[in-house]
Design a protein around this ligand. Structure first.
Ligand code: SF4
Ligand code: SF4
Length: 336
């Protein structure tokens, strides 16, 4: 696919996928080490490059392995999530998953879809029709599905079409509980909106009653923890990264095959403790909800240096709530 905003660095974008057996053996080792060191797996998400490059048989085995671990600790309320471009998840692939995964609710499939079609096709290699078709198949087969959309500069020109699509999925969520999640985030880098443009799209989505789309206004995301974010990304070779934002050679901070998890957790805790945060944040009444956002996405220059990438949107939304005497906590809690 080679999508424009893929996190994978140029130097390994064209690497071949490893054999499925290597992936599964690595997972078995990971689970064994977790259990030996008396930890448990919490949230578990497979994502980019593209996890569905695995065969459906291997993916099913992977899900069953993680769920077997969970059963040992009675933590089956957690499942396995996958963030996917959705291209390979056609009827044939999904039906094999349906047959081989012990319970299809054990896999949550989050599709990367950037409506409307012309924008998705522009940045995601003309894949819109196929992805929508596969999304609908997964939905109709009863897999828990979600949508994660990226908002770019271009989205501004198609506010209405973007909102219409997301609204249709939120309506489904309200009526059927599936998709279980419909969220959006801003692109960073060249495709990023300016702070004023973020407010512009925020105003429109507020008018449409769709502010719950934004990850940064929803509960439970790592970004709200600022420098104390606590996500881990482990690859099959042993490399440990903070997350996909640091999926680079320089982002490796530990080796899960060699290091004790106690040490990995300690190192991760302080990994971003010294990342610059604007002094404006310490006087901001919304800091408790924002914590200057993702430490790797903050503005790097000018007046905004050290502010959250979407500071302008957060301030706009929370200030509007205050002006209307609405409660910010209730607003966030209702954005699940
Ligand atoms: S660096 Fe950003 S995206 Fe990564 S875990 Fe921290 S807050 Fe989340
Ligand atoms: S809203 Fe802006 S100023 Fe306030 S804490 Fe977040 S980044 Fe800092």
């Amino acid at each position: 696919m080679n999508c424009s905003y893929c996190y994978i660095p140029e130097y390994n974008r064209s690497n071949q996928k490893e054999d499925d057996i290597v992936i599964l053996e690595s997972l078995k080792l990971f689970i064994k080490k977790v259990e030996t060191e008396e930890y448990q797996i919490g949230s578990f998400c497979l994502h980019g490059t593209e996890p569905s490059l695995m065969s459906p048989t291997a993916l099913s085995e992977l899900v069953n392995l993680v769920m077997t671990h969970r059963k040992k600790y009675n933590s089956t309320n957690h499942t396995v999530a996958i963030q996917t471009n959705g291209l390979r998840l056609n009827a044939e692939y999904l039906k094999i998953l349906e047959q081989l995964i012990e319970d299809k609710k054990n896999i949550r499939i989050s599709f990367s879809i950037d409506p409307p079609k012309n924008l998705h096709d522009k940045y995601r290699n003309k894949s819109y029709d196929t992805v929508i078709e596969n999304y609908e198949i997964a939905y109709n087969l009863g897999f828990p599905v979600a949508i994660l959309a990226v908002i770019t500069k271009d989205t501004l020109q198609f506010n209405k079409e973007f909102a219409d699509f997301m609204q249709s999925q939120i309506d489904r969520k309200k009526e059927y509980g599936n998709p279980y999640k419909v969220k959006a985030k801003f692109a960073v880098g060249d495709l990023s909106l300016t702070p004023d443009e973020m407010v512009e799209i925020g105003s429109y989505l507020k008018f449409r009653g769709l502010l719950q789309l934004f990850q940064s206004l929803s509960p439970g995301y790592c970004i709200q923890s600022g420098n104390e974010c606590n996500w881990f990304e482990f690859d099959i070779y042993g490399n440990s990264y903070s997350c996909n934002k640091a999926f680079l050679n320089e982002g490796v901070f530990a080796n899960w095959k060699n290091d004790k998890f106690d040490d990995i957790i300690r190192k991760r805790k302080f990994l971003y403790s010294n990342i610059l945060q604007s002094e404006k944040c310490s006087n901001c009444e919304f800091e408790i909800f924002c914590n200057a956002g993702c430490p790797l996405d903050r503005w790097q220059s000018g007046d905004s240096i050290g502010l959250a990438h979407d500071c302008s949107l957060i301030k706009f939304v929370f200030q509007t709530l205050l002006d209307n005497n609405e409660d910010i906590y209730s607003f966030i809690d209702s954005n699940l």
